[in-house]
Design a protein around this ligand. Structure first.
Ligand code: PMP
Ligand code: GLN
Length: 391
């Protein structure tokens, strides 16, 4: 029989998030692998979605998103970042940041285009490049500081480069890129006439540092496509409400592509998220979000250090990167399997976020968006790791 799978799937494997969550469930491990909260999202948003359903707002909505949500997103970007986006021509709602990324890249890429990716990088970027017959070009952010440095990035650009994908706050490194790092990328994109896709889904989960939106860097707004989502900020990852903000000429092809992926994103969740987008920066919601994640980060981080894992300071997101070099098992995939099956705590092997031949295989990622009681139970179990330290 003819080969059934499309060649564009040749490099695609099962997502590491599905693999580790399945393993965690099978072995009854505390799941600190996949990034989703195990606590309920805000009541006011659940009420708002139920209200929309009961008011029979249950039919297809406009493909680009309901005007109430697009207008609220526009007000939010003005209020938080002093950025102006026209809700009619520059803001589009998608089924999560994942679909926003897919429709954006598919809407702008041609076969043979090159896309610069900063490695380690979130697992959804490279496959979408493959789907569009374009070529990812990887620039490595070197462990342990994962900083963006000029030389390497400069060399990555050539006449085929269409865009670069940035993710700040960054999953999986937990870095919040500094303004000067973003500016460096911006300058190179202007010089080489390239677009910048910036994934800012963790924009509100930062600690000692503050988030700088790429679009706020002077002179860049007309070549930046900002992608964000309500999943992380409002702890409702299953609702899949994401959006993209970009100049009208960039928005047009992205919208055209999106029409034939999902056509539109579920309406009741859009009505609810329109309320969320209208929260003011000084609303206690944002202060609580940070405080609660800070407590969780500190709890897990101190335990990881105590049992012999070296950790990298988490500047943003709800992940902690840990170095397993002091343990007898030094390969990240084997370590995560052992951790899940024998210790009862699941984490993500970071080699899943690397694509070059010589992958970094001594780092693992823990997620702390979990109930305090579950983090405490994980801490108790992690105590048993001590007996596996190298002599
Ligand atoms: N980008 C990054 C960096 C992520 O960690 C995630 C996971 N939430 C996404 C995009 C996908 O977001 P969504 O659930 O809104 O599709
Ligand atoms: N963003 C989440 C993480 O990094 C996972 C999302 C997914 O399962 N696709 O863990």
């Amino acid at each position: 029989m003819k080969k059934i799978a499309s060649n564009k799937l040749d490099n695609i494997k099962t997502s590491i998030f599905s693999i580790m969550t399945e393993m965690a469930n099978k072995y009854n491990a505390i799941n600190l692998s996949q990034g989703f909260p195990d606590f309920p999202g805000p009541e006011f948003l659940k009420d708002a979605a139920c209200k929309a359903i009961r008011e029979n707002k249950n039919q297809y909505v406009p493909s680009i998103g309901i005007p109430e949500l697009r207008e609220a997103i526009s007000r939010k970007y003005k209020r938080f970042y002093n950025l102006d986006f026209d809700p009619n021509t520059e803001i589009t709602v998608f089924s999560g940041a994942t679909e926003a990324l897919y429709s954006t890249l598919s809407g702008i890429l041609n076969s043979g285009d090159e896309v610069i990716l900063l490695e380690p990088c979130y697992d959804a970027y490279a496959p979408v490049c493959d789907f569009n017959y374009s070529k990812p070009k990887y620039i490595r952010l070197e462990y342990p500081d994962f900083k963006i440095s000029q030389g390497q990035i400069q060399e990555a650009f050539n006449e085929n480069t269409k865009c670069i994908i940035i993710n700040t706050p960054n999953n999986p490194t937990s870095r919040v890129f500094d303004k000067n790092e973003l500016k460096l990328i911006g300058d190179l994109c202007v010089e080489n006439d390239c677009y910048i896709i910036t994934d800012e889904v963790y924009e509100h989960i930062t600690f000692e540092k503050t988030h700088t939106p790429m679009a706020s860097i002077k002179g860049l707004k007309d070549r930046v496509i900002t992608i964000s989502s309500t999943a992380k900020t409002f702890s409702l990852t299953g609702w899949k409400i994401g959006f993209a903000l970009a100049d009208e000429d960039i928005t047009r092809p992205i919208r055209n592509f999106h029409q034939f992926v999902t056509f539109c994103t579920p309406g009741p969740f859009q009505y609810a998220m329109a309320e969320a987008m209208d929260l003011k920066p000084n609303d206690p919601y944002f202060k609580n979000l940070k405080e609660q994640y800070l407590e969780r980060r500190n709890l897990l981080n101190s335990k990881l250090i105590e049992v012999g894992l070296k950790t990298i300071p988490t500047e943003g997101t709800y992940y902690i990167v840990a170095d397993i070099s002091s343990f007898k098992i030094t390969n990240d995939v084997e370590f995560c399997e052992f951790l899940t099956k024998k210790i009862g705590v699941a984490a993500i092997p970071m080699s899943a976020f690397y694509y070059h031949e010589n992958k970094v295989d001594k780092l693992i990622r823990f997620c702390f968006s979990k109930k305090i009681e579950n983090l405490e139970m994980a801490a108790e179990r992690l105590e048993n790791l001590k007996s596996y330290l190298k002599e």
